[in-house]
Design a protein around this ligand. Sequence first.
Ligand SMILES: [Zn+2]
Length: 256
Amino acid sequence: MRSWIFNIAILLATFSLAPMYRYLHGYYFWCYAALLFSAMGFLFAACTNLSWGLFIKALCSAKTDEKVVALSFDDGPAAYTENILDTLKVHKVEASFFCIGKNIATNEAVLRRIAGEGHAIGNHSYSHHFWFDMWSAAGMMDDMQKMDNEVMRVTGLKPALFRPPYGVMNPNLAAAIKWKQYTAIGWSVRSFDTKIADEQKLLSRITEGLKPGDIILLHDSMAITAAILPELIGRIRSKGFNINRLDKMLNIAPYA
Ligand SMILES: [Zn+2]
């Protein structure tokens, strides 16, 4: 979805090659071009791979030999949150919900249910704005605070965990997270539940290669996620894994 921004950056870099072509010849020009694109590739990868921790240390999995994993749901409270809560209740699973602040006003009862049924609520920004990662650190902090205010207003809890919208990290966001004293949370298993339409494919993608300490990224805004959840829990458990809340697995506080 956001890849076109990267495409534009590549285009701009390519334009910058033209003037350089006049000054650098042959071998030197190609060295310059290779360096430029390697640097861009590295930066892009560093911004989209939270686990690299180039700008801030984000917790993406737990270091443990114990067969335990955690489920996390982003972008709610949304259309399938209640359905997902029902399934979690039946199967006695505690999970984490990284909610979007602007969704709360119309879903206050659902947010209270998340907290009341033993799940953790994390901050996933107020706006989830498309350009969020282009904002200044101050703008990001305002947005984060607005989200905290919503959670505090409805549940009395102040989130201490933050998951970046779109999973993108950069120096401004790293600074905002440090100022606000959040713990940055990523994931080690990206389900691609917003892209994969085949239930069996999605289940295999999540459960094949599951490792102790994995944090699984899901979305409670997706119908397919609600649909596969009972089988997903079953498959994880049949592989001998327990499912724990990520803050408990990581031994960190979910609220400030
Ligand atoms: Zn999101």
